[in-house]
Design a protein around this ligand. Structure first.
Ligand code: 6R9
Length: 646
C-alpha cells in the first residue's frame, strides 16, 4: 500500500462527465433518496411503459426480494439498437478485430439492427420464444453480440458458456437451464489455433441430449451438420426477414443467466433482469470510463464472462458507443498486439485484467513504446486485485502518466461496477478500488461479530447495506441458495465474499476472497469444483485444492491428492490427472501443481484444515498456527517435506 496519489490533470477534469463536486453531490443523492435518484436516471433508457415504482427491495434474511422498476416495460435490444438508428445509424457500433491482425470489420448501428432483427426471426423459426433459454458457446465475433441482442429482442434468456469450457461443463450448463437452442460456431480461432466448438457441442450433447444447434460459419471448416438437429447460420439468415418487433418485457423479466463459481457446490446460475441491469450497465459505462460521444472504447474481456456482458455489449451499446470486440489473445502474433490494436483503431478507453498487464510487463517496454498510444484517455482494470508494480507499469508505460486508471471492483452478481475511482473526480492510489459507485453502500464488518466497523482505517469483510439496480435477483431455479449464499452469513447485508480495508481517507482496498473461491488469471473458480473433478477420477480417493500466489496468474491451482489404496504415485499419473481436470472443466482449471498426500490434515470431526494447506502451498509453513486440533498432526510434517519447491 503506497501513500502516493495520482490526480487527473486539470484538462481532464474540465472535460469530465463527473468531477469531484459532482460525484459527492450525486453519491449523496443516490443514497439519501434512491427512488428520486434512479427515478431520474432511468430516463436515459427508452421505456415502453414508464415505471411508477422504483425501488422495492429487502435484504431481510427471511424475505430477500429485489425488484426495481417493477411495473415498467422495456426492451433491451430496442435500447441498444433501435433508438440509435435515427441519430447514429451510420456510426460504427462494433469494431471487430479478428485473431488475424490483418482482418477487421466495422459494423454500423444500421447493420447491427439488420443482423439482430434477422437473427431474432431465425430464433422464432426454430421455436424459441419469450422466456425460453438459449445457450451461447461462441468465439469473440460480432455474431456473439447479435446472438445476445436477438435473445433480448424476443425475450428469450441467454446463458453464455465461455468457449474455453469443456464439453462436460457445457453440458451441465445446457441441462441446468433446460436450453431450447445452442448457438455456436464451427471453430473459434484464438492465438493462431482453433478450438473445435461444434465438435465440443457434439460431445456435450452425449450428456445433455439432442438440443438443436445453430452453427455460425466462422472458419468454414466442415463440421458435419446433422439433419434436423444442426442448422447453418448463413443459410437461415439468408432467408430471414429484417423486421422483428421488440417484445415488451417487464423490467423484472430475466435477461440472462450466467453461471459463476462459489465456495461450495456446482456453479450457480446468476440471474439478471431487464430494466435495472441495463440502466446500471449503461450509467456505469459512461461514468466510470468517462465515455463521450465519438470515443472508441475497448474492453478486452470475453463475452463468456460478466465483464463482456456489461462492458462489451450492453452498457456501451445502450449508450450508443463504439465498442471494440477482440477475438485474439494479448500475445499473438506477438506481445505488442494490444497496443497495435489501440494504435490502429485509435482507442480512447482501454479496459483489461491485471493478469494480462503482468504477462505483458514481463515482455519489455519496447512492445508498448513502438506504438502511438496518444489517443488513450482512460485505462481500466478488473477481475482481481492489481499489485502496485503492475499498476505503475500500466500508468507509466501504457498511459504515459496521462491516463487515469480506474480499478473497478465488482462481480458477476453485481451486474456492474460497485467500487472504482471516477477518472475526473478522484486522485487514484495504486491498488485501491477507492469509492462506491452511485447507490452502493459498502460496509466493512468484523468477520466474527458481524458488526459494522465505523472507524477508519479498518479491515474486515466487505458487505453492501442496500440494493442497487444491477444486483442479481436470484440463483436460477434455487432462490434458497441465493439467500443462503449472500444473505445468511451477515444478516441484513449482501455479503460479497471479499475482504477489504478502508484507509484513513475512507478509501476502499479489496484484499481478495475470504472464501474458497480462487482467482486464476482473472477467472473465478471454486476450489470445490476442481476437487470434485479430481475425485471423479477412478484412482483418486480424496483431494483438497487451494490457491497459491502466482506471479502472472495472480493465483495458481495447488492440488493435494490422496490415491485409492494400492494405486501408485507416478509422474505419468500427475499428467493424467492434470489432463483429466482440463477435460472435466476446461483448460482454465488446469492444476499448476499436484502434490501427493498420503494423508490430509483433518480435525477430529473430519474437516479438512484448509488454512494449513494454504500455508504449505505458499511455502509459509513457519506460520501454520495451531495444529493441535488435528486428528493426526504428523501428516503435516509429511506434507511439508514434499511441498512444492520455491
Ligand atoms: C467482474 C468480475 C468477482 C471477483 C470479486 C473479487 C475479484 C474483481 C476486482 C477484484 C480486486 C478488483 N475482483 N474485480 N478484486 N479488485 N478490481 O471479475 O466478476 O468473475 O464474478 O469475479 O473478482 O474477488 O469477488 P467475477
Amino acid at each position: 500500500m503506497s501513500d502516493k496519489t495520482y490526480a487527473p490533470s486539470d484538462d481532464f477534469v474540465k472535460n469530465a462527465n463527473v468531477d469531484a463536486a459532482k460525484y459527492d453531490e450525486m453519491y449523496a443523492a443516490s443514497v439519501n433518496d434512491p427512488d428520486a435518484f434512479w427515478g431520474e436516471h432511468m430516463k436515459r433508457l427508452d421505456w415502453i411503459k414508464t415505471p411508477t415504482k422504483i425501488k422495492n427491495t429487502s435484504f431481510d434474511y427471511h424475505n430477500v426480494s429485489i425488484k426495481w422498476f417493477e411495473d415498467g416495460e422495456i426492451n433491451v435490444a430496442a435500447n441498444c439498437v433501435d433508438r440509435h438508428l435515427a441519430t447514429r445509424g451510420d456510426q460504427t457500433a462494433i469494431i471487430w478485430e479478428s485473431d488475424d491482425p490483418n482482418v477487421d470489420k466495422h459494423i454500423t448501428y444500421n447493420e447491427l439492427s439488420e443482423q439482430v432483427n434477422k437473427l431474432a426471426n431465425v430464433y422464432k423459426s426454430l421455436g424459441v420464444g419469450k422466456g425460453d433459454r438459449v445457450v451461447l458457446y461462441m468465439p469473440m465475433i460480432p455474431e456473439a453480440a447479435y446472438a445476445m441482442l436477438a435473445c433480448a429482442r424476443i425475450g428469450a434468456i441467454h446463458s453464455i458458456v465461455f468457449a474455453g469450457f469443456s464439453p462436460e461443463a457445457l453440458a451441465a450448463r445446457v441441462s441446468g437451464c433446460d436450453a431450447k437452442l445452442i448457438v455456436t460456431a464451427d471453430q473459434a480461432p484464438r492465438g493462431g489455433r482453433a478450438t473445435p466448438l461444434k465438435a465440443n457441442v457434439d460431445k456435450a450433447r452425449e450428456h445433455c441430449g439432442e438440443v438443436q444447434t445453430l452453427v455460425v460459419e466462422r472458419t468454414g471448416a466442415d463440421v458435419g451438420l446433422k439433419d434436423g438437429l444442426d442448422h447453418s447460420y448463413n443459410a437461415l439468415m439468408a432467408n430471414a426477414s429484417a423486421d422483428c418487433p421488440p417484445e415488451p418485457m417487464n423490467a423484472e423479466d430475466p435477461l440472462f443467466i450466467l453461471y459463476t463459481s462459489g465456495s461450495t457446490g456446482a456453479p450457480k446460475g446468476v440471474v439478471h433482469t431487464t430494466g435495472g441491469y441495463l440502466l446500471y450497465a449503461a450509467l456505469t459505462h459512461e461514468v466510470t470510463f468517462d465515455y463521450h460521444d465519438g470515443d472508441i472504447y475497448w474492453c478486452t474481456a470475453d463475452v463468456g464472462w460478466v465483464t463482456g456482458h456489461s462492458y462489451i455489449v450492453y452498457g456501451p451499446l445502450a449508450n450508443g458507443a463504439t465498442t471494440l470486440m477482440f477475438e485474439g489473445v494479448p500475445t499473438y502474433p506477438d506481445a505488442g498486439r494490444f497496443w497495435a490494436v489501440c494504435e490502429k483503431h485509435k482507442v480512447n478507453q482501454f479496459y483489461t485484467a491485471p493478469t494480462a498487464i503482468r504477462a505483458l510487463m514481463g515482455q519489455g517496454t519496447e512492445w508498448v513504446t513502438k506504438y502511438d498510444l496518444s489517443d488513450l484517455k482512460v485505462l481500466g482494470t478488473v477481475g482481481e486485485p492489481i499489485n502496485p508494480e503492475a499498476w505503475n507499469w500500466y500508468n507509466d508505460v501504457v498511459g504515459k502518466g496521462n491516463c487515469p486508471i480506474v480499478d473497478t471492483w465488482w462481480q458477476t452478481e453485481t451486474g456492474g461496477h460497485m467500487m472504482t475511482p471516477l477518472p475526473g473526480a478522484h486522485a487514484t492510489k495504486p491498488g485501491a478500488a477507492m469509492k462506491p459507485f452511485f447507490g452502493v453502500q459498502p460496509v466493512v464488518l468484523d468477520p466474527q461479530a458481524g458488526t459494522e466497523i465505523a472507524e477508519s482505517p479498518c479491515e474486515g469483510v466487505l458487505c453492501i447495506a442496500d440494493s442497487w439496480p444491477g444486483q442479481m435477483r436470484t440463483v436460477y431455479g434455487d432462490h434458497e441458495r441465493f439467500v443462503k449464499t449472500y444473505f445468511s452469513d451477515y444478516k441484513g447485508y449482501y455479503f460479497a465474499g471479499d475482504g477489504c480495508r478502508r484507509d484513513a481517507d475512507g478509501d476502499y482496498w479489496i484484499t481478495g476472497r475470504v472464501d474458497d473461491v480462487i482467482n486464476v488469471s482473472g477467472h473465478r473458480m471454486g476450489t470445490a469444483e476442481v476437487e470434485s473433478a479430481l475425485v471423479a477420477h477412478a484412482k483418486v480417493a480424496e483431494a483438497a485444492v487451494v490457491g497459491f500466489p502466482h506471479e502472472i496468474k495472480g493465483q495458481g491451482i495447488y492440488c493435494y491428492v490422496t490415491l485409492m489404496e494400492g494405486e501408485e504415485y507416478t509422474d505419468d499419473l500427475k499428467t493424467e490427472l492434470r489432463n483429466w481436470v482440463r477435460t472435466e472443466i476446461g483448460p482454465i482449471a488446469s492444476p499448476d501443481y499436484i502434490q501427493w498426500a498420503p494423508g490430509l490434515p483433518k480435525t477430529r470431526s473430519g474437516k479438512i484444515m484448509r488454512r494449513i494447506l494454504r500455508k504449505i502451498a505458499e511455502n509459509d509453513y513457519g506460520a501454520l498456527g495451531d495444529t493441535s486440533t488435528l486428528a493426526d498432526p504428523s501428516v503435516v510434517d509429511e506434507l511439508i517435506a514434499n511441498r512444492k519447491p520455491d
